[in-house]
Design a protein around this ligand. Structure first.
Ligand code: HEC
Length: 138
């Protein structure tokens, strides 16, 4: 980890750089993603999750419009304490970080999924999740 000392405070340089890059990438990446690729990646999640309104719980909670929701907020699902403690609201950035390696990002989670190591895969999947939820507008 690179550390930068500025005005006496140690700043974790690498993390700030990564967050900055994600913020730069997330705009355009969400606008034009590969929906076919996103759909085929989502098939990995669909074993355990639904992604339509009121589609209910499988092994994991419903993911409909997950971005913008509070973490661990589905009322019909019992989350691990570790998942509850993870964060406040799902943003594209938080989801990206979680999906890269769920089991190391949220140690103790019951989500038995190794993760998506390729950044492009995570982008296409997150884009697919967002756009399919938009398409099923009431
Ligand atoms: C083997 C089953 C399984 C697979 C595969 C799986 N998940 Fe999960 N997921 C879970 C479980 C179980 C939880 C609840 C975790 C906890 O409480 O620790 C969860 C939680 C989540 C959450 C948190 C939801 C909330 O309400 O805060 C998100 C987001 C999520 N999964 C996304 C995904 C995505 C996207 C994929 C596919 C890339 C995926 N999951 C694959 C089982 C799975």
């Amino acid at each position: 980890m690179i550390q930068i000392r500025c005005h006496g405070t140690i700043v974790a340089g690498r993390r700030i750089l990564v967050i900055g890059l994600l913020a730069l990438l997330s705009g355009p990446a969400l606008a034009d993603c590969d929906m076919e690729r996103g759909k085929s990646l989502y098939n990995k999640c669909a074993i355990c999750h639904t992604n339509a309104k009121d589609a209910g719980t499988l092994v994991g909670p419903n993911l409909y419009r997950i971005i913008g929701k509070k973490v661990a907020a589905a009322e019909d699902f019992v989350y691990t304490d570790e998942m509850v403690a993870y964060g406040i609201t799902w943003t594209a950035e938080l989801l990206d970080r979680f999906l890269e390696s769920p089991l190391t990002e949220v140690r103790g989670t019951s989500m038995a999924f190794a993760g998506l190591r390729k950044e492009a895969d995570r982008e296409n999947l997150i884009c697919y999740l967002t756009k399919t939820a938009d398409a099923t507008e009431d």
